[in-house]
Design a protein around this ligand. Structure first.
Ligand SMILES: CC(C)(COP(=O)(O)OP(=O)(O)OC[C@H]1O[C@@H](n2cnc3c(N)ncnc32)[C@H](O)[C@@H]1OP(=O)(O)O)[C@@H](O)C(=O)NCCC(=O)NCCS
Length: 180
């Protein structure tokens, strides 16, 4: 199992089959899905499909979301990081920055901290030119995280029948942010 990075409190690693229970807890939560189409999952089978899909993306594209593990308790916190996204904007596959945490871990800066790590990984290790993200316009926390880590609002678009903000950051602007 590949570990990408450890912070003082967290391990960011690739998904393993043992994460199915954690994904079930995360994705069956109505609050977590408030701005994600309000369609939480209802079974461990659905959670297993999600984990398998993430693992297959890693094999196919060399990148997929990272599981976040709380070091002290070994608890599954949620996920963060990059994904090669082919479904949201069908005319334009892109590298997406995203995150999803169990509510007990909200408000501690975890999405911000791990997004900065993911951007570094995308631009330095994967040598990407540009990273994008979308967030429901009412998802204040997610919009705030994207702005804090340096993404810029480009436009708005409709996804899943809801208005979303569309953000981008290119390698040059990311490097400029590092110099500040
Ligand atoms: C979005 C999400 C990952 C944020 O995670 P997090 O670790 O709590 O985020 P952070 O603590 O790093 O930062 C959140 C920021 O939003 C701010 N914020 C959150 N809710 C807010 C509100 N209602 N009003 C104003 N600011 C708010 C926080 O104050 C913080 O900003 P600050 O550091 O400037 O004070 C988390 O809420 C989540 O998992 N939500 C469900 C899944 C989801 O919506 N994912 C994103 C899909 S685009």
């Amino acid at each position: 199992m590949r570990v990408y990075i450890e912070t003082d409190e967290l391990v960011l690693r690739e998904f393993v089959d043992e994460d199915i229970a954690g994904i079930y807890e995360l994705d069956s939560d109505h609050d977590v899905h408030q701005y994600l189409g309000a369609n939480p999952i209802h079974s461990l089978d659905q959670a297993a499909t999600i984990v398998k899909d993430i693992q297959q993306q890693n094999i196919k594209y060399g990148i997929a979301r990272w599981a976040i593990i709380h070091k002290l308790t070994n608890e599954f916190v949620g996920w963060t990081g990059l994904k090669y996204e082919t479904l949201v904007k069908k005319e334009m596959p892109y590298y997406d920055l995203g995150y999803r945490l169990k509510p007990k871990f909200w408000g501690k800066g975890i999405a911000t901290e791990t997004s900065i790590i993911a951007l570094n990984y995308g631009f330095k290790i994967l040598q990407l030119e540009e990273i994008f993200a979308g967030a429901h316009i009412d998802n204040i926390a997610s919009n705030r995280v994207l702005q804090k880590v340096g993404l810029q609002l480009v436009e708005q678009f409709v996804y899943d029948s809801s208005l979303h903000n569309w953000y981008a950051i290119n390698k040059i602007n990311w490097q400029r942010g590092l110099l500040k």
